[in-house]
Each structure stands twice: as C-alpha cells, then as structure tokens.
Design a protein around this ligand. Structure first.
Ligand SMILES: O=C(O)c1ccccc1N[C@@H]1O[C@H](COP(=O)(O)O)[C@@H](O)[C@H]1O
Length: 217
C-alpha cells in the first residue's frame, strides 16, 4: 500500500514549494505562539495560496480558544484541524461541529497504556496521530515537534478503526523502518526536515519524500 506524507511546521515559501514539488499529501501550519514554527494567519494565508487542491492544508493548534481558531479560519482555507494539546473528546467534537472541518487528534505515546486513549477518540476524531510524549525532563519541551520517536512496536497490534498517522522524530533515515514496524500508511514530520527548529530544509524535505515514495508498505 502506498505511504502518504505530511510535512508540518512550514513557515516559508521554499519549504512549501519543496513539499508541493516532491509529493506531500498534506502540509501543516502551526498556530501555537510558543512554537518556533508558529505562523500568523496572514503568513499562513500567503503560503496556503500556493498549495494546489489535491494537497490538504492542516492547521495545528494546542488547546485553542475560539478567538484563535476563528482568526485563522477567517484568513486561511484549512482542510483539516490538528489538535495537539489535551483537548477532551467533547472538545474535539465541539470543534469539528462548530467549524465543519475534519479533526486530527494527536495521542502522545510513551508506553502501551498510552494507547488506552485510542478508545476515547476513535469514533470522534476523523484521524488519529501518534506522536512521542514529551519527557518531563526535557527542558523547553513543546507539546509536540520535539523530534522524538517512540517505540513503534507499540502500534503494531493497536486496534484503531479511524485512519491514523505516525509522527515523532521521523526523518529520511528512519522512515522505512518506522513504517515497516508500525504498519503506518500516513506519516508526518517536522523536525526531521529542518536546519534548526522553525527553519525548514528544502533538500531534506525532498529526501524525506523520496524515501517515503520508495517504501513498498
Ligand atoms: O512543531 C511544533 O512546533 C509543534 C508544537 C506543538 C505541538 C505539536 C508540534 N508539532 C507536531 O508534532 C509532531 C511531531 O513532530 P516532529 O517530527 O517530532 O518534530 C508533528 O505532527 C508536528 O507537526
């Protein structure tokens, strides 16, 4: 089965162009001010205008309030909302219904028990995304986008009925193994295609997407 990729945390034209040219299925913009990848609705609107309709535009939020979501959606024609905080199932449902957009809910994984969360969101979110849980010991950790991988074996036997995406520390050198072990058909990267946090590397985006395209999942 083919594997499709999301390139997240895009904040400039060169990164967006590389994602489009080399076959991303999704592009992501971060609307979370503490992140080095945060973009204003104005910048995101300019970048989103470059994206052809077959590539889906995802807006990433962390426990967003209505004011933030509205200010983004007024300017940026998102196709998906990604919720990467501690949003409850009720809040996920509310956001879906209020904005009539499909929602990706991130589940943070650090052990088998993390997967208990699947049952809480599986019938509510339109897609789940598995990312590494940020370790308490990590200084300046973000709620995601820390470039950390988790034990992909945990997903091998997981019972998920919604579509799901693998994230967390993925790059061109580990993506084939990550897909082989986890069984993912959708993958997401941000840190793995950067020069430094918040500065995407177009050549690394190209290499990552080529590695994804070469996978015979
Ligand atoms: O990228 C961020 O700055 C970010 C901030 C807050 C929540 C999530 C964030 N990023 C998302 O985390 C996963 C994994 O990223 P990485 O490849 O390990 O860097 C991915 O969905 C990012 O978009």
């Amino acid at each position: 089965m083919p594997v499709h990729a999301k390139i997240c945390g895009l904040s400039d034209s060169a990164g967006v162009d590389a994602a489009i040219l080399h076959g991303a299925a999704f592009v992501g913009f971060v609307f979370y001010p503490p992140s080095p990848r945060n973009v204003s609705p104005f910048v995101a609107a300019t970048l989103a205008a470059k994206v052809p309709p077959h590539i889906k535009k995802v807006g990433l939020f962390v426990d967003p309030d209505e004011k933030l979501i509205r200010s983004v959606l007024t300017n940026v024609p998102l196709d998906w909302i990604q919720l990467h905080g501690s949003e409850s199932p009720e809040r996920v449902r509310e956001i879906k219904e209020t904005y009539s957009l499909p929602v990706i809910k991130a589940i943070k994984v650090d052990s088998a028990s993390s997967l208990d969360e699947i049952a809480r969101y599986d019938e509510i979110a339109d897609m789940l995304l598995f990312d590494a849980k940020e370790p308490k010991s990590m200084e300046n950790a973000l709620p995601g986008g820390n470039g950390l991988a988790f034990d992909w074996e945990l997903l091998a036997g997981a019972n998920v009925s919604s579509p799901w995406m693998l994230a967390g520390g993925l790059n061109s050198t580990n993506i084939a193994e990550a897909v082989r072990i986890s069984g993912a058909t959708l993958v997401d990267t941000s840190s793995g295609v950067e020069f430094e946090p918040g500065r995407k590397n177009p050549a690394a985006i190209e290499t990552f997407l080529a590695a994804v395209a070469a996978i015979d999942a």
